[in-house]
Write a protein that binds this ligand. Structure first.
Ligand SMILES: NC(=O)c1ccc[n+]([C@@H]2O[C@H](COP(=O)([O-])OP(=O)(O)OC[C@H]3O[C@@H](n4cnc5c(N)ncnc54)[C@H](OP(=O)(O)O)[C@@H]3O)[C@@H](O)[C@H]2O)c1
Length: 152
């Protein structure tokens, strides 16, 4: 499983019901990674980004059994992982913060963009132990810095 996220320089990933920046070229980069893949998301993230995400399969974590159109709803993480694996496609954990927290320990790779600038938000990317990870690729774009981290 790969983690994919965009965060500010202070690790902000979200503010109320969205992201507090508008950097379409970074969003496009997210779209290209997840196109045709299986994505795992928390229920609020699916409500915010599901429509704009061209994944082949959506596995959505929610403790409430409410149906979500176009998604497999799972009420716990093991069930979600089984459902995601069954599709036989690359799996991306697309957040938000609660889902990143639970899936970083399971991931082999993290595709993290840092948006340049200062943004306020109410949701943050979890701290991770940088000694467990190394940067395998880095690209400095005009408005964001992309790093691909692989587990050591
Ligand atoms: N910048 C980025 O790359 C990025 C990416 C994704 C999201 N975001 C932002 O992140 C924010 C949302 O993050 P969040 O942490 O509030 O929510 P989240 O991680 O998207 O989802 C949390 C919800 O998922 C369900 N859930 C989580 N763990 C579960 C488990 N083990 N078993 C069953 N259900 C589980 C619960 O849904 P129920 O409440 O339905 O039970 C929980 O309330 C938004 O602001 C969004 O814009 C940013």
């Amino acid at each position: 499983m790969k983690i994919i996220a965009a965060m500010s320089e202070t690790r902000v990933i979200g503010h109320s019901d969205g992201m507090p920046w508008d950097v379409p070229e970074e969003f496009e980069h997210y779209v290209e990674f997840v196109r045709g893949a299986t994505v795992l998301m928390g229920r609020p993230t699916y409500e915010i980004f599901g429509f704009d995400t061209p994944a082949a399969h959506f596995v959505v974590l929610s403790r409430s059994p409410q149906p979500a159109p176009g998604a497999v709803i799972c009420q716990n993480l093991p069930e979600a992982l089984d459902a995601a694996k069954a599709f036989g496609k690359p799996i991306y954990s697309c957040g938000g913060a609660q889902v990143y927290e639970q899936t970083i320990p399971l991931a082999t790779e993290m595709l993290l963009s840092t948006i340049k600038g200062d943004y306020e938000g109410d949701t943050h990317f979890p701290e991770f132990d940088a000694f467990e990870w190394q940067v395998a690729e880095e690209r400095n774009e005009e408005r964001y810095l992309f790093r691909r981290w692989v587990r050591r």
